[in-house]
Design a protein around this ligand. Structure first.
Ligand code: GDP
Ligand code: MG
Length: 201
């Protein structure tokens, strides 16, 4: 069995995903590609918890602010904030309100290239420009411009860890060790075995 199969990532179905009754649709997309659910929980996170989540990487706030300003620059539009810090702070305040507005479902998913695979299936951050066929591209219509003008976070159904390092830190925040279940799925042989011997009787 390949050791690549052990990579893990965090997915959070955000309150809009729960309210839109998309839990089954979203989980189906991760299951059918071959990823394994190794942890799951359903609760209403506190604003403090969300603050902690988005501050695990101290650079994140400034980076998201820079990205936000750049998105306006590219479109030749005037941004509703002046500095990356100001933009980042606004996004984080919006995220605290958004993510604690109702129940979310957190999932720990495991499988080869879990982090990159989940990001591919989830799609780009802004639903307006996420690819067709991705979860964000297929099921939601929000934009940076509409969210920023209305002073809220972009509603895009899902959080997914952006890198292996982010996944390790985020999984440690969202799940205790004993809440992650080690077990085998029958299909793992087909996905990861080197020699598919013994199939034919
Ligand atoms: P993700 O990894 O694709 O979720 O994107 P980021 O880590 O960059 O941002 C985290 C979340 O903040 C996103 O999923 C959005 O909900 C929200 N967000 C990101 N960028 C912006 C922005 O420029 N404006 C607003 N209003 N919200 C944003
Ligand atoms: Mg991110």
């Amino acid at each position: 069995m390949s050791e690549f199969r052990n990579e893990r990532t965090l997915v959070v179905i955000k309150p809009d995903g729960i309210q839109r009754s998309l839990v089954g649709e979203i989980i189906k997309r991760f299951e059918r590609v071959g990823l394994k659910i190794v942890g799951a929980k359903f609760f209403v996170p506190s604003p403090d918890f969300i603050d902690k989540h988005y501050n695990l990487n101290p650079e994140w706030k400034k980076n998201v602010g820079e990205k936000a300003l750049e998105a306006y620059r590219k479109q030749g539009k005037e941004a509703p904030f002046n500095t990356p810090e100001e933009a980042g702070e606004r996004v984080i305040e919006g995220l605290k309100a958004y993510m604690s507005s109702g129940p979310v479902m957190a999932l720990a998913l495991e499988g080869a290239h879990a982090v990159a695979l989940v990001r591919k299936l989830v799609g780009g951050t802004e639903p307006l420009s996420s690819d067709v066929g991705t979860i964000r591209g297929d099921f939601v219509l929000d934009s940076y411009q509409m969210a920023d003008t209305d002073g809220r976070a972009v509603r895009n159904l899902i959080h997914a860890s952006g890198s292996i390092e982010e996944a390790i830190d985020e999984l440690a925040l969202w799940f205790k060790d004993e809440e992650i279940v080690d077990y085998t799925l029958v299909q793992e042989r087909i996905l990861y075995d080197v020699n598919l011997d013994g199939l034919v009787e």
